[in-house]
Design a protein around this ligand. Structure first.
Ligand code: ATP
Length: 444
């Protein structure tokens, strides 16, 4: 399939089946802001649940946190975002569109007569680059003045740094330990796009691991491997995942080392998660700006130090997009195109559909009973309309791993047919075993 066509098909499937809608669509939409529909909210929640389980519940050295989006404005001075979280921006005076100055589609030098606008093709209409801060600004309280400025956080990490001593003391953890958080972040991106890949409002899944200086390189290596294993565990094609190491010119001001986990999207290899060795930059800056000591006292070594930080930072929306892109496929079955979302069963929004073969002979009644029983254990969908083949196809498209058909033998023999989404093979399973059968196969 031609690659751009794949994205178009995916966007249309996401709308049709209720995964993702454009924000405020009836008003013409809002640029690069998206809403998750009934299936999308389940899919994204499953992504976040898997992350939380791997990072918090399955370990005893990481604590969870849910810090507020609004923070003291000094936080963003300390973090470097007020001074440095900027992109060079150019405007086209003719078509009024905006671009990042490093947009590869721009020919010539912005600000000079030779520069050509990549949107309308006009020459000499691009302004010289000016720095544009990506943080959304708003005001706290009734007065809109400089003293009341607050920002919508552009990353969740800072909420972790400023709470690190609170969490350390309350949880009685010792270094090395980590703090994990999932939450919204906002960036006024100049060139967002590619569906939910780069949006202005998004969710991050971030973990900051606090280590003794000198042990950071080995922890960094461990986290690199663990995070790659996590992505593979989502069932993503292994050949479409790789590491990208940041060269000296790419490294952020805070980073001692950085690797991205990249996925091969239809629009090229792109970052889905960043793993950074941040040294003591963050705690050092917060100590300086707040005037509060943030050192850790290591009892065993009888010494005080500022821990170094190894960060893992993934986008929940970006991982959701990755799962969708990776799962989408079309197959020819009996001269018809079958669209399948081959999502890992643990990510599938609906785990099982319950389908009475026909609407008579007690089948709908029994199917309803089975449906309500299974719904106590996992997400289920009941469908009795249309030919059974069409009902299967609708579930294939939604990524539902199992279809349970109640037929004539079900009412007498207390069994049902379980059809597998990927192989389309069918098993006969006793009604009282159905919950366990599905449950075992949809767990992470
Ligand atoms: P990029 O270079 O793509 O702008 P970044 O290097 O600024 O990303 P980080 O600040 O390291 O990204 O953010 C960590 C993760 O948060 C990214 O790997 C990505 O998954 C997610 N993320 C960052 N910006 C966005 C965005 N605008 N929309 C959706 N997800 C985002």
């Amino acid at each position: 399939m031609a690659e751009p066509a794949l994205m178009d098909k995916l966007v249309s499937l996401c709308k049709r089946r209720g995964f993702i809608f454009q924000s405020s669509e009836i008003y013409g939409g809002l640029g690069s802001v998206w809403d998750y529909g009934p299936l999308g909210v389940e899919l994204k929640k499953n992504v976040k649940d898997r992350w939380w389980r791997a990072m918090v519940h399955a370990r005893d050295d990481i604590e969870g946190l849910d810090a507020a989006i609004l923070m003291h404005p000094r936080v963003w001075e300390a973090s470097g975002h007020v001074a440095g979280f900027t992109d060079p921006l150019v405007d086209c005076r003719h078509c009024k569109q905006r671009f990042r100055a490093d947009d590869p589609r721009i020919k010539g030098t912005p600000g000079e007569p030779d520069a050509q606008c990549p949107a309308c093709g006009s020459r000499g209409t691009l302004t010289a680059p000016r720095m544009f801060n990506l943080m959304f600004k708003t005001f706290m309280g009734p007065v809109e003045e400089q003293a009341a400025v607050v920002y919508l956080r552009p990353e969740t990490a800072q909420g972790i740094y400023v709470n690190y001593l609170n969490v350390l003391q309350a949880s009685r953890q010792k270094v090395p330990f980590g703090i994990a958080q999932i939450g919204k972040a906002f960036r006024n991106e100049i060139t967002p796009g590619n569906f939910i890949f780069r949006t202005r409002e998004f969710e991050q899944m971030e973990m900051q691991f606090f280590v003794r200086p000198g042990t950071d390189a080995e922890w960094f290596e461990r986290w690199k491997q663990w995070r790659m294993e996590w992505h593979r565990g989502l069932g993503l094609h292994p050949a479409k995942l790789r590491f990208h190491q940041h060269g000296p010119n790419e490294l952020a001001h805070y980073a001692r080392a950085a690797f991205d986990v990249e996925y091969e999207f239809p629009f090229g290899w792109q970052e889905i998660e960043g793993i950074h060795n941040r040294g003591d930059f963050d705690l050092g800056r917060h100590q300086e700006y707040s005037g509060k000591k943030l050192e850790y006292f290591d009892q065993a070594a009888n010494e005080r130090y500022l821990p170094y930080i190894v960060e893992t930072s993934a986008g929940a929306d970006r991982v959701t997009l990755t799962a969708l892109v990776d799962a989408y496929r079309e197959e020819m079955v009996e001269n018809e195109t079958r669209v399948v979302l081959g999502l890992h069963p643990s990510l599938a929004p609906i785990k099982a559909a319950v389908l009475p073969l026909v609407k008579k002979d007690g089948m709908p009644e029994l199917a309803t009973e089975v449906y309500w029983d299974l719904k106590k254990r996992f997400t289920c969908f009941y469908d009795d309309s249309g030919a059974i083949g069409r009902r299967y196809r609708r579930m294939d498209e939604a990524g539902t791993p199992f279809c349970i058909t109640i037929d004539g033998d079900s009412t007498t023999g207390r069994t049902a047919t379980v059809r597998h989404r990927d192989s389309m093979q069918q098993d006969r399973v006793a009604l009282d075993q159905l919950a366990t059968f599905v449950d075992e196969r949809v767990r992470a």
